[in-house]
Design a binder for this molecule. Structure first.
Ligand code: Y12
Ligand code: CO
Length: 171
């Protein structure tokens, strides 16, 4: 089922989510709906809080070498913790909760994370490249942070001016 995606400046997006305790059918339905919603809206990553659910759960589905988003490559991450990080990289990020805004953001180049899968099985993995960037972006959502908060003061002010102008034209 497709769920509504909360968009900036909805205050709920600032909520810090809490750990999943029950790896049950309700969680599986949430993850399935998050995948459907992300694909429907043309996204590659989504955190539960973006559909209004305050749980530490996220999904990422990057495109493969044929430029296809294959569901076999879907990654579901529950209760993630960063164990190690190294390097710095910059990527022009976008977010389904801040539509039409794309800005360069600095992230760690590589990260090692522990997490659980949908069945509650623990994993520890290292990620790099776009997967590491997407994971850091989604993990920020779990703590109530959006990528626009990482912009320089001037870029943030420019974003806010343009967002307000856009909101007025929609009135
Ligand atoms: C690198 C950087 C950031 C991420 C986080 C996940 N971000 C997304 O999935 C963003 C998706 C997105 C999709 C949009 O719509 C289409 O492309 C059809 C979009 O455009 C509008 O909303 C108008 C904006 C963002 C992962 C990896
Ligand atoms: Co986002």
């Amino acid at each position: 089922m497709i769920r509504e995606i909360l968009t900036y400046p909805n205050p709920k997006l600032r909520t810090a989510s809490h750990d999943v305790k029950n790896f049950d059918d309700r969680l599986h339905l949430l993850l399935d709906d998050m995948y459907d919603t992300m694909i429907d809206r043309g996204g590659i990553g989504l955190a539960a809080i973006q559909v209004g659910v305050e749980l530490n759960a996220l999904v990422i589905n990057l495109s493969n070498e044929n430029d296809e988003q294959d569901k076999n490559d879907l990654v579901e991450i529950i209760n993630p913790r960063v164990l190690q990080s190294e390097g710095v990289t910059t990527y022009q990020e976008g977010c389904l909760s801040v539509p039409n805004v794309y800005e360069d953001v600095e992230r760690f180049e590589k990260i090692k994370v522990s997490f659980f899968d949908r069945d509650g099985k623990p994993h520890t993995k290292e990620y790099e490249g776009l997967m590491a960037i997407a994971l850091q972006h989604e993990m920020d959502h779990l703590q109530g942070h959006l990528f626009i908060e990482k912009l320089s003061y001037l870029k943030r002010k420019k974003f806010e001016r343009e967002w307000k102008k856009r909101a007025k034209t929609k009135e």
